[in-house]
Design a protein around this ligand. Structure first.
Ligand code: CAA
Length: 240
């Protein structure tokens, strides 16, 4: 049976790699995206995924998108909450909207999406929810009070929902990537990024596919006993 997977922020960066990997493994994949239509069309052409434009910070938009996906592909069995943005800056200079934008897109989004699919998973007695947190939710990061708080929040969300869902065959896990070569890290000041790469024992940035392979494993039947876990994948930069 071909299971249906939804990947938020699934047309670019780590999310694109997740979409591509899950499609290659035989899942029917829907990738949510917010702004970049060109990247979405490219992703659809390359992976065969359904692409759906929606703001994951908007509860009603998530509900509508998930209904469209279920109608087109069937009930959702796998949800990857990957969509995320940065609006870095020190707290004493941070405009309040940069707090709200980041928390809504990186944390509230996981509530919105999980709420839209969880009853369908409970009916199937099967589900996989995989939340993409971050090394910076584990250790904190100068200039990222908003992002670190949202990503740390995602770890607590994961643990609580894992407890609520275990009896229904649904696993809920968090992955904490370190610094991965994507547009997000490419947008950092080069000297700041260089100083961070020097802190990585493996001496390089991670590749999006390295995160996608872990997602694919957690989505599989083989990972049925892993739930409520926080998986660290950061080249040794921060050891938990
Ligand atoms: N620890 C302590 N002090 C620091 C510091 C650090 N890590 N980084 C900078 N400072 C100090 C500076 O030395 C400077 O001190 P002085 O004023 O005494 O010279 C002061 O803080 C201001 O630093 P900046 O000049 O860098 O300040 P800025 O306002 O121009 O920039 C910033 C602030 C945008 C947050 C910048 O520091 C920055 O880009 N930091 C990196 C944030 C980061 O890692 N983002 C990750 C994005 S990728 C991602 O998030 C994906 C993921 O999950 C990993």
């Amino acid at each position: 049976m071909q299971r249906v997977a939804v990947v938020t922020g699934g047309t670019r960066g780590i999310g694109f790699s997740i979409t591509k990997t899950l499609a290659a493994e035989g899942y029917k994949v829907a990738a949510l995206y917010h702004g970049n239509d060109e990247a979405a069309q490219k992703c659809a052409a390359e992976t065969g995924a359904m692409v759906v434009k929606a703001d994951v910070g908007d509860y009603a938009a998530c509900e509508k998108a998930c209904k469209e996906i279920a109608a087109a592909l069937g009930p959702v069995s796998i949800l990857v909450n990957n969509a995320g943005i940065t609006k870095d800056g020190v707290l004493h200079k941070m405009p309040v909207e940069n707090w709200h934008n980041v928390v809504e897109t990186n944390l509230t989004s996981s509530f919105n999406m999980s709420h839209a699919v969880i009853n369908g998973m409970r009916e199937q007695n099967f589900g996989r929810i995989i939340n993409i947190s971050s090394i910076n939710g584990q250790k904190g990061q100068f200039g990222q009070t908003n992002y670190s708080a949202a990503k740390a929040g995602l770890i607590g969300f994961t643990k609580a929902l894992a407890l609520e869902s275990a009896a229904k065959g649904i696993t809920v896990n968090a992955i904490c990537p370190g610094y991965i070569a994507t547009d997000m890290t490419a947008a950092m000041r080069p000297e700041v990024l260089d100083s961070i790469i020097k802190q990585i024992p493996v001496a390089r940035m991670g590749k999006p596919e390295e995160i996608a392979d872990l997602v694919a494993f957690l989505a599989s039947e083989k990972a049925a006993f892993i739930t409520g876990a926080t998986m660290t994948i950061n080249g040794g930069q921060y050891l938990t």
